[in-house]
Design a protein around this ligand. Structure first.
Ligand code: SF4
Length: 212
């Protein structure tokens, strides 16, 4: 990435971080994924902690889950559930986790988080439960406002996701949203305006393109 874009990302992130503070969310800027991985571990802390995470290409691409395990934390892997009982147990562990790690589908210049979910088993932990939520977002997720953010999710983030999930939806077939009701992955739209608990939500902006 050239120096001009790096400076632009840093300046834009600093502006967003000021807006996040007004919304009682802590913001951080890291120039690279490696820096962000270190920041995630710092925020989780050195004492053994339970860490759950939401499905996210950003988190997968960063490879931070291995770092968390190596640091001695208890990573709650909900995909490991093989029975309905285990599923319930792991969901209960996630809602009581010390940290929930996720990305966001979009973040506005004013610091609002926009997330569109299917079952809601990602946005539920953002809203309530885990002691802290660490949100990691590449600067490609920044949008001007909420309506642009929803448009970004529906027309740019969901289509590759539905292709990946092999869902028969208009966005998978035509590369743009058709506001489907069958097979949809867009059931819940959550706009996070403010963190009710000061500092519970921490946002790490990364000066790279990450995720969809
Ligand atoms: S509403 Fe349907 S078509 Fe639109 S983005 Fe969501 S899954 Fe794709």
């Amino acid at each position: 990435m050239n120096e001009h874009k790096k400076t632009f990302y840093r300046n834009q992130a600093e502006s967003i971080i000021k807006k996040l503070a007004l919304r009682r969310m802590e913001g951080y800027y890291c120039e690279s994924s490696d820096e962000a991985r270190a920041k995630i571990l710092e925020l989780i802390g050195t004492a053994p902690a339970s860490v759950a995470y939401g499905g996210s290409m950003t988190i997968d691409e960063m490879g931070v889950k291995d770092d968390i395990v190596k640091a001695g934390h208890n990573l709650i892997i909900r995909e490991n559930a093989s029975t309905p009982e285990e599923h319930k147990e792991l969901n209960a562990a996630a809602i009581n986790a010390d940290t929930f790690l996720m990305s966001t589908n979009a973040i506005t210049l004013d610091g609002e988080l926009i997330n569109v979910d299917g079952r809601g088993n990602r946005v539920c932990y953002l809203i309530y439960g885990p002691s802290q939520v660490i949100v990691v977002a590449g600067m490609n997720k920044v949008v001007s406002n909420v309506s642009e953010g929803i448009d970004r999710v529906k027309n740019f983030a969901s289509p590759p996701n539905t292709v990946r999930l092999q869902r028969d939806t208009p966005c998978a077939r035509f590369g743009r949203c058709g506001n489907c009701l069958e097979n949809t992955i867009c059931c819940q739209t959550v706009i996070t305006r403010v963190s009710m608990i000061p500092g519970r939500i921490k946002v790490i902006l990364v000066g790279e393109e990450l995720g969809y």
